[in-house]
Design a protein around this ligand. Structure first.
Ligand code: GZL
Length: 333
């Protein structure tokens, strides 16, 4: 590791600059970039899922801000939650010969062909937020995002603890995220794993509400109608937006969310903290959308010829209603 050049004098100063330029050129060669590219901005093509939730809005803001601060040219494509739009965007990035592609895949499957096209074009792909299911894991250089199965377990463990010491059946309804999406599949798996600890806990209805607030309200209304005359003890929503929509439906049915029906969700967006402070939501499992800075660092490391870790996991917590008012001012999204 060279001493920073401002610690050396005269002749050695210029040698140091020469060496740093040589390192930069070697790294560019590793990326297949011409020498003249040493000074041009790196171009990142990012295929974003859509704007379906407050989490997604915060995720997009984080990535745009971080690209600006890193001096990286960002080509941002919003797919309105359609996989075919994401595949079109990736093909456009390949045609534009971007330096790196980042993808937040709306569903787990159907990516092999286009990811092989990116590899054939010599463009490295970073998966951010969600993982894809492809046999050839060499199709991406790294995956940065949360452990959704663990998030589901944390949600389930909270309910098991809450119900400890009870005797009767605990009837749960579940609002699932987007069909086929990694967070929906994994959060369901983790929750079911955790509630096995208490056989009284049963999921009696489960349906997708596509991670959106409007659909969360709609599906919860249907659950309440279908379960009329029977007690629903708890709602497990795969994200806060669906939980907030369901809370509206519970109130319109004349019930108290957070009291008559416990509400458990995931993300940790500001709206969830406000609902917890109002006593309408009991717990939110944090899932950080602030992936901009680590994504830009990964892009820069790629340019510098560094090898990226295959997996970067975001550190997250669990927030319950009793701490919501205190935590709210500190929340960044
Ligand atoms: C999780 C992310 C999910 C959020 C939802 O990393 O993919 O998608 O939990 C968002 O709010 O819509």
């Amino acid at each position: 590791m060279h001493a920073p050049f401002w610690h050396v004098s005269g002749q050695a100063f210029f040698f140091e600059i020469h060496m740093q330029r040589r390192h930069a050129l070697a790294a560019l060669a590793a990326l297949g970039l011409p020498a003249w590219a040493a000074d041009r901005k790196l171009v990142l093509g990012f295929s974003q899922i859509g704007a379906e939730s407050a989490w997604r809005t915060a995720n997009s803001a984080s990535i745009k801000q971080a690209a600006k601060e890193a001096g990286i040219e960002l080509k941002f494509a919003d797919a309105q939650q359609k996989q075919e739009n994401q595949i079109k965007a990736l093909r456009a990035f390949i045609a534009q010969k971007v330096d790196v592609i980042a993808l937040s895949p709306v569903v787990e499957t159907g990516w092999g062909t286009v990811l092989r096209e990116a590899r054939a074009a010599g463009i490295p792909v970073i998966l951010t937020d969600r993982l894809v299911k492809e046999a050839d894991e060499g199709l991406w250089v790294t995956f940065m995002g949360s452990d959704f199965v663990e998030e589901g377990r944390r949600a389930g463990r909270w309910l098991v603890d809450k119900m400890k010491g009870g005797k009767d059946e605990v009837r749960i309804v579940e609002l699932q995220g987007t069909v086929g999406a990694a967070p929906a599949l994994d959060r369901r798996q983790g929750f079911e794993e955790a509630i096995k600890a208490d056989p009284r806990l049963k999921i009696v209805r489960s349906q997708t509400a596509d991670f959106s607030r409007a659909k969360g309200k709609e599906v919860m209304e249907a659950f309440l109608k279908a379960e009329a005359g029977r007690k629903i003890h708890a709602l497990y929503a795969h994200n806060d937006d669906m939980a907030l929509g369901a809370i509206q439906a519970i109130e319109e049915a004349g019930l108290k969310p957070g009291v008559d029906i416990l509400v458990i969700s995931i993300d940790g967006v500001k709206g969830a903290f406000q609902a917890m402070a109002a006593g309408k939501l009991n717990v939110t499992v944090e899932c950080s959308p602030l992936l901009g800075p680590p994504l830009m660092q990964a892009v820069k490391d790629l340019k510098a010829g560094k090898t990226l870790p295959r997996r970067v996991v975001t550190e997250e917590g669990v927030f319950t209603a009793d701490v919501a008012a205190r935590e709210l001012p500190r929340r960044q999204y």
